[in-house]
Ligand binder design. Structure first.
Ligand code: PEP
Ligand code: MG
Length: 328
C-alpha cells in the first residue's frame, strides 16, 4: 500500500487540456498530518477542529488548541491548511456541553450545532479564534465556518475573529501575515443568498455530506437510507451546477470537501460542473490525481451539460459508459 502511495504521490494533477486541479485532503487529528506528504496532497482543505474537542473529556484549553494548530501548520509547511471552526453539538455531542444542549434536539443534525452553538457560546469561539490567530503568527491563516445558513452568521463569526485580532494588535503580538475567511455551503438555504455572501468571503467549500442529507431530507447516518439517493442524481448535480454558476467570476475560490469528491464518477461530474478544488479523504488523493490526468475538461463539461438537460434518475450508468469509452 505504501508503495502505491509513493507512486501516486508525485503526480501533478493537470487535466489533459492543461488545467491544474487542486487536490487537497481532509484531516482532523495530529496523526493525520503525516498523510499530507505520504499522499502528496496540495494542502489540507478541511481540518475538522472538533476532533480535539470530541476526544477530550473536558473543554480543550486554549493553549492546547494553539499547540495543535501550530503543529499542523509546521507540518504543512508551505501548503495551505483550512481550519474549520468547531462543528460540535447535535450528533457530535460532547459531555462538557451536555447541560447546555437542547433537550428538544429530536433532529440533532438540524439542531443546535456548529456555528449556531459557537455564536451563542462566544467564549468557545473566542478561545478558538485566539488560538488560531496565535498559532498562525507570521503565516497565512485560512478560517472556515461550518453550517452557515444565512450571511449574517458569517459576519457575526468573523467579528469574533476581528476582535481577537484587534486585541493581539494592541498587545503588539506577531500577527498572521494574511487571513482569509470562508464558509461551508452545506445548508441549502445559503445557496439562495450567495450574492450577499460572496463579497464577504475568500473561499467557499461545499460540504456534500450534510448538503445531501438536507437537500433530500435523508439522515446521513441512517443505514436504511444510505443507498436511497445517489450523488449523481439530477437534484444534487443541478444544485451544484447553480452554485458554480453563481460563484463564477466572483473571485471566490470554490471547492468541495464532502466524501463525494473522493469518488471516481462523482469527481468526474464535479469537474464537468466547474469544480477545480477538491478536499478529500487521504486515500482518495492519489486515485483522484490519476483520474484528473485522464480528463479533458471541455469534453466532460459538454457531456455533463448534455446529461443534465434530459437526465435519468441517476447519471451514473451514462457517466460510467462515457468514462469507459474515453478510457478513463
Ligand atoms: C460535509 O458536511 O460535507 C463535511 C465535509 O463536513 P462533515 O462531514 O464534517 O459534516
Ligand atoms: Mg458537515
Amino acid at each position: 500500500r505504501q508503495a502505491a502511495y509513493a507512486e501516486m504521490r508525485d503526480i501533478e494533477p493537470f487535466t489533459r487540456d492543461g488545467t491544474r486541479i487542486q487536490v487537497m485532503m481532509n484531516a482532523g487529528l495530529r496523526d493525520d498530518i503525516a498523510n499530507l506528504a505520504l499522499v502528496g496532497a496540495d494542502g489540507i482543505g478541511l481540518f475538522r477542529t472538533e476532533f480535539q474537542f470530541l476526544v477530550s473529556a473536558t473543554m480543550p484549553a486554549r493553549e492546547r488548541q494553539t499547540r495543535l494548530y501550530r503543529d499542523v501548520l509546521d507540518a504543512a509547511g508551505d501548503r495551505p491548511v483550512i481550519f474549520r471552526t468547531v462543528d460540535i453539538g447535535g450528533d457530535k455531542a460532547v459531555p462538557y456541553l451536555d447541560s447546555a444542549q437542547s433537550e428538544f434536539d429530536e433532529n440533532p443534525a438540524m439542531g443546535w450545532r456548529a456555528l449556531r452553538l459557537a455564536l451563542e457560546r462566544e467564549g468557545l469561539l473566542k478561545a478558538q479564534a485566539r488560538a488560531l490567530l496565535e498559532a498562525s503568527a507570521g503565516k497565512s491563516l485560512y478560517v472556515m465556518f461550518p453550517m452557515v445558513s444565512e450571511p449574517w452568521e458569517f459576519d457575526a463569526a468573523k467579528a469574533v475573529f476581528d476582535r481577537q485580532l484587534a486585541y493581539l494588535k494592541s498587545q503588539k503580538k506577531l500577527l498572521p501575515e494574511a487571513i482569509r475567511y470562508g464558509a461551508m455551503l452545506e445548508v441549502p438555504a445559503l445557496a439562495e443568498t450567495l450574492d450577499i455572501l460572496l463579497p464577504k468571503i475568500s473561499f467557499l467549500s461545499v460540504g456534500t455530506n450534510d448538503l445531501t442529507q438536507f437537500l433530500f431530507a435523508a439522515d446521513r447516518a441512517n443505514p436504511k437510507l444510505a443507498e436511497r439517493y445517489d450523488w449523481l442524481s439530477p437534484a444534487i448535480l443541478r444544485f451544484l451546477a447553480r452554485v458554480t454558476q453563481a460563484t463564477a467570476g466572483s473571485g471566490v475560490d470554490l471547492g468541495i470537501c464532502g466524501e463525494m469528491g473522493g469518488r471516481r464518477l462523482e469527481a468526474l461530474a464535479l469537474l464537468g460542473l466547474g469544480f477545480r478544488r477538491f478536499s478529500i479523504t487521504p486515500v482518495a488523493v492519489g486515485p483522484i490525481k490519476e483520474l484528473v490526468r485522464k480528463v479533458d475538461l471541455s469534453q466532460i463539461t459538454a457531456i455533463m451539460k448534455q446529461l443534465l438537460s434530459s437526465p435519468t434518475a441517476s447519471l451514473r450508468s451514462e457517466l460510467q459508459a462515457w468514462a469507459e469509452a474515453q478510457g478513463i
